[in-house]
Design a protein around this ligand. Structure first.
Ligand code: ATP
Ligand code: MG
Length: 233
């Protein structure tokens, strides 16, 4: 079996059956505050620290805000050294392009290709794809555009996380079929407690953990515990 790359998220490689396959594309799905951005940033940071440059494609206007929000001390250092590139898809304040996304998915694929080629990017997180999905009324052109994006990233050997925001409509559901794996983040309420979980819903080419696993978000990042599953025992 092909070697895996380390996600950098404690406990995630274990439930993936050994880690992500390099050069493949994965969906990270979950509701608001479920940890999608932190997980994807951790994936990029640990990659960059290990010599794989990262690209974070975000609809957040300000890179400063992003750096402040993420519980990683040296995010700014990685950005300053060019090991982590933040690309914002929204117009910056003062730009005359209105308040919608600057690109459609095809335009964005072109821009991302430019960054990947010029900066030797090996890990990409696209946070999130929802705004771009909503630009398409029909599923066929959407699937074609997503296929083009995935194909481009794979041709450059990038390992990619596509973030899908939760409570998805049919259009984004269908994207689950196009990626090589899907990790769902969520929360469970048990008596008085609310616990976070991570669950691998799909992982092509390997067996993997099927159950929901407890997840914590701490100052230094995410921890998926290797405890007994919540259900099924
Ligand atoms: N330093 C920290 N220590 C502990 N928990 C934190 C810390 N920072 C953030 N969190 C938790 O992580 C959540 C935010 O995680 P994250 O931004 O990754 O969510 P998300 O799934 O991307 O949400 P959205 O869909 O709104 O973008 C916060 O709501 C909080 O519960
Ligand atoms: Mg987020």
């Amino acid at each position: 079996m092909e070697t895996r790359i380390k996600s950098g998220v404690t406990g995630l490689d274990g439930i993936l059956g050994g880690g992500f396959f390099p050069g493949q594309t994965y969906g990270i799905t979950g509701g608001p505050g479920s940890g999608k951005s932190i997980l994807s940033m951790e994936f990029l940071v640990r990659g960059a620290e290990g010599g794989e440059r990262g690209l974070y494609v975000t609809s957040e206007v300000s890179a400063d805000k992003l750096v402040r929000q993420m519980p990683f001390r040296d995010l700014q250092g990685l950005i300053d050294r060019g090991d982590l590139v933040v690309f914002c898809t929204r117009p910056q304040p003062g730009e005359a392009t209105g308040d919608t996304e600057k690109f459609d998915l095809a335009g964005l694929t072109y821009m991302i290709k430019h960054y990947v080629r010029n900066n030797g990017i090996k890990r990409v997180a696209f946070d999130s794809v929802n705004a771009f999905v909503q630009q398409y009324e029909d599923e066929r052109p959407l699937r074609r555009a997503v296929n083009d994006l995935i194909g481009m990233l794979e041709s450059y050997g990038c390992t990619t996380l596509l973030i899908f925001e939760g409570s998805r409509e049919t259009a984004t559901d269908s994207l689950d079929y196009m990626v090589d794996g899907v990790v769902e983040l969520g929360r469970l309420e048990t008596n008085q407690d609310v616990v976070r979980y991570a669950q691998v819903r799909k992982m092509r080419g390997t067996s993997h953990e099927m159950n929901k696993r407890a997840m914590e978000i701490r100052e230094n990042g995410i921890l998926i515990t290797n405890m007994k599953p919540f259900f099924g025992d």
